[in-house]
Write a protein that binds this ligand. Structure first.
Ligand SMILES: *Cc1c(COP(=O)(O)O)cnc(C)c1O
Length: 398
């Protein structure tokens, strides 16, 4: 018989009872170091006092009112993002896929308003991930996510990642813009070359099309800058973010320049829950922490420290780990053995990680992680690798 909870996930047989900082405790009381952060989402870790109290305070006042009324918490949060980023205006929603839907709608509407309604298509990249709605599985383009779901939503063209010639060759009079992740997350922690991002910016300007950035996973400090595109010294025209934006409370956002934002006139786009007082209280609490002096520098320093440790692991265990990649605290270890098996072996050692594409083990700890916890993670990953080394000795045939 089918479980009451729909069986659309392969869940590990483990449930967590509570968390504290970078640690989670299961229902049996065992402690795990959380280097998955609920897929790069629990950006302040677990039980962060400021986030917890801001959510509790707002929940007691009012959680939801709808967008029929002003929401001061949303006005404040939007103004803070405008002050801290390229954006002139911000739309709040509830997830990464919903943010990307809004981003693509905003791109198309901008072109339409500018007298080019034929410019509807968006160039995306092989290895991308943009979410699970009907349009976003088409934007993602991965056959695995499209299979069985009928007609693919039209309007997305795919080219190889980090290949400017392929991008330029794919631009047609129907192209509205480009959508790129500065670091492909689900695709295997594959960073865009900074020069590639700069070339995309220049190409969009040359053709009068829009540069869209999917920072659902890389945004809100994860790369060591508030947004990862800042490393390239360029700005997009429109950007999505989500995951870490409210520290685990469901929230997404579309950040846009005035050129793009002004296309979304009243009635053109909306969402019932988006930008609620409760979600924005969580979002403001996250920004209080992430924008505090020195916080992003600490993320950068901790990321570099962890990276050096991962490189050392690759040198010590070349039969298990072959390459460290990523930026800030969105890091990956390319595996020489199946990454799902490494993830399970790591779980058995007491560290949570997330598998990604390209046979990569993803390490996306809370941004508040300390060097001592990175040392512990590296030791647990070394023990994980030892499991595979000794397995090989025992089973030389495999
Ligand atoms: C997770 C993710 C999404 C989808 O976000 P959801 O909140 O699951 O809809 C989109 N883009 C990127 C880059 C992501 O990592």
């Amino acid at each position: 018989m089918i479980p009451a909870l729909m069986p659309n996930y392969n869940r590990a047989n483990i449930a967590f009872e509570h968390g504290e900082g970078a640690y989670l405790f299961d229902t049996a009381g065992r402690r795990y170091l959380d280097f998955g952060a609920g897929i790069a989402t629990s950006s302040l870790g677990h039980g962060h006092p400021h986030l917890v109290s801001e959510i509790a305070k707002q929940a007691a006042k009012v959680m939801h009112v709808s967008n029929l009324y002003r929401v001061p918490q949303a006005e404040t949060l939007a103004a803070r993002y405008v002050a801290a980023s390229f954006a002139d205006s911000v739309f709040f929603c509830n997830s990464g896929a919903e943010a990307n839907e809004g981003l693509v709608k905003a791109m198309r509407k901008t072109m339409s308003d500018e007298g080019k309604p034929e410019r509807t298509r968006v160039i995306c990249f092989e290895g991308a991930f943009h979410g699970r709605t009907l349009a976003m599985i088409a934007a993602t383009g991965n056959a695995k996510y499209l299979a069985g779901f009928g007609e693919k939503v039209d309007g997305f063209d795919h080219v190889p990642f980090n290949n400017l010639n392929a991008v330029r060759a794919a631009i047609t009079p129907q192209t509205a813009g480009i959508l790129v992740e500065p670091v492909q997350g689900e695709g295997g922690i594959r960073p865009a070359y900074l020069q590639f991002l700069r070339d995309l910016r220049a190409t969009c300007d040359e053709f009068g099309i829009l540069l869209g950035m999917d920072e659902v996973q890389t945004g809100i400090g994860r790369s060591g800058k508030l947004f990862a595109h800042e490393w390239a010294g360029i700005t997009p025209d429109v950007m999505s973010s989500a995951k870490g934006i409210a520290g685990g409370f469901p929230m997404g956002a579309v950040l846009a320049t005035e050129r793009v934002a002004k296309a979304l006139v009243p009635g053109s786009h909306g969402t019932t829950y988006g930008g609620s007082p409760l979600a924005c209280a969580a979002g403001n609490a996250v920004l209080d922490v992430v924008l505090a002096p020195g916080f992003l520098d600490d993320v950068d320093a901790t990321g570099r420290y962890l990276w050096r440790g991962l490189e050392a692991l690759c040198l010590k265990y070349p039969s298990v780990f072959t390459e460290a990649r990523g930026a800030g605290l969105i890091l990956g270890l390319k595996c020489a053995v199946p990454n799902g098996e490494v993830q399970n072996a790591a779980l058995a050692e007491g560290i949570l990680t997330v598998a990604a594409g390209d046979n990569v083990l993803r390490l996306v700890p809370p941004l508040i992680v300390r060097q001592a916890e990175c040392d512990e993670a590296l030791a647990l990953l070394a023990r994980t690798a030892d499991q595979f080394v000794s397995r090989k000795v025992l089973e030389p045939a495999k």
